[in-house]
Design a protein around this ligand. Structure first.
Ligand code: NIG
Ligand code: FE
Length: 423
């Protein structure tokens, strides 16, 4: 057992468990009927795991003689699980504030990309960055996410597009994982763009013959922990054939398939992902009905990214159609130099207003379902006994304020707790 403090959060006006029957994910009906305890308490043990959660009077009787290292009196406040951000690109140098002006003036994402900007601009600067510089900016971004309530975050590489820089990015993520309280799921995204001067076939070959074998070696030596493999499957980037080859190779190494698909053009990426047993597919602005049906059947989660659709003025991801079809819908911030947003409360707000999700659906999508999309829903994403003691204490008597308020979440989120520690 570690030496975490034993924590009691008592007398909260509402404790939103999300679910309490060990569900690994929720589909529409479950998302609409979240488990909420009125006047509840939570106990987190010295192992950092949830020891008890329930009505305040029950826990008061049960723990009348117990001692705690830390007590939070949450009278008049709410408790929700820590938020899970299922899709981010947080390791890079070279912001693209200048491109925002170009996009506002009418340039599309691919116009900028083809002109050598977009991902290529950030790749150049990330290749040139020294590891400590990269780690410092990553840390700063993760701390901002944590302050906005994120306690588990997926972090991608993908601004190297060659072995050395991809490794440099994954090493920064690994260092953050070892030294920061926030929980991290690490993703190799070497196929984020086709490097300048290379064909798709050459880039795919480099990933299959050079990058993945080296990654495999470092993973088995215990030097690097990588959880997922990602590809940007898009017209003018990686086509369906190269996407299939890279994802399959990653799966053969034990990585979860979790990739960018059907964002700007309908590519049948959803069908490909379902066929390969993908854990999750992100974006899906252009998914077809057949793609939605395939994902529902395969249990492949849809990670929807409302910030991207908003910034690029894309069609909104079809959250309602997916929910009706029984797809597991999750949310992510897509934090990157294009969509500069660290805040899952803002993401949930956009999902409700623009994608027509309800507030309970958005919260489930940003907790248990996002954890599922990272294969972490056995340990994260809801307030259930033996899961990680990751929670937020909100200074409001109704949890919906977390989504209703647009910005200013630092005042609303009074405490962020990760494994029983107030961070
Ligand atoms: O998820 N679509 C591809 N990747 C990112 C954007 C990365 C970038 O523009 O730097 C996304 O939106
Ligand atoms: Fe992305």
């Amino acid at each position: 057992m570690s030496s975490n403090p034993r924590l009691l959060v008592k007398n909260a006006q509402q404790v939103v468990l999300i679910c309490n029957n060990g569900e690994k994910f929720l589909t529409k009906l479950g998302m609409q009927n979240l488990c909420v305890i009125e006047n509840g308490s939570v106990v987190i043990g010295s192992d950092g795991l949830i020891e008890a959660v329930g009505p305040a009077e029950v826990l008061r009787a049960q723990y009348s003689r117990a001692s705690f290292d830390h007590v939070i009196d949450a009278t008049g406040m709410c408790v929700v699980p820590g938020l899970v951000d299922a899709h981010t690109h947080p390791v890079w140098e070279g912001d693209r504030v200048h491109e925002f002006a170009m996009k506002l003036a009418g340039a599309s994402y691919m116009d900028v990309h083809r002109a050598g900007g977009g991902i290529h601009f950030t790749v150049e600067r990330t290749r040139a960055a020294a590891p400590p510089e990269l780690l410092a900016s990553l840390r700063g971004r993760l701390v901002r996410m944590q302050r906005a309530g994120t306690t588990l975050v997926e972090c991608k590489s993908g601004y190297g597009l060659e072995l050395q820089t991809e490794l440099k990015m994954l090493e920064a993520i690994e260092e953050a994982r070892r030294t920061l309280p926030i929980n991290i799921s690490s993703t190799y995204c070497g196929a984020h763009a086709v490097p300048r001067g290379k064909s798709v076939a050459e880039a795919t070959e480099d990933i299959l013959r050079v990058q993945l074998p080296e990654l495999k070696e470092r993973m088995s030596a215990g030097a690097l922990g990588v959880d997922n493999i990602d590809v940007f499957c898009e017209r003018g980037v990686f086509d369906l054939g190269s996407t299939r080859a890279i994802l399959q190779a990653g799966k053969d190494m034990g990585l979860n398939i979790n990739f960018h698909g059907d964002e700007l053009h309908p590519m049948n990426a959803a069908q490909l992902g379902a066929e390969l047993g993908a854990l999750a597919i992100s974006h899906l602005e252009e998914v077809t009905d057949e793609g939605i049906a395939a994902m529902a059947t395969a249990g492949t989660a849809a990670v929807l990214l409302p910030t991207t659709a908003y910034i690029l003025r894309l069609p909104q991801p079809r959250a309602r159609d997916m929910l009706e079809a029984g797809v597991i819908v999750a949310l992510g911030s897509d934090f990157n130099p294009n969509a500069y947003c660290c805040s899952m409360p803002i993401v949930m707000h956009l999902a409700c207003v623009n994608m027509k999700m309800s507030m309970p659906e958005a919260l489930a999508a940003a907790t248990i379902n996002a954890a599922y999309a990272l294969r972490r829903s056995d340990t994260h994403g809801s307030l259930e006994v033996n899961k990680h003691g990751d929670l937020l204490v909100l200074d409001t008597p109704r949890w919906e304020h977390l989504i209703y308020q647009l910005g200013g979440h630092q005042e609303l989120i009074r405490y962020v707790v990760i494994k029983g520690n107030v961070v």
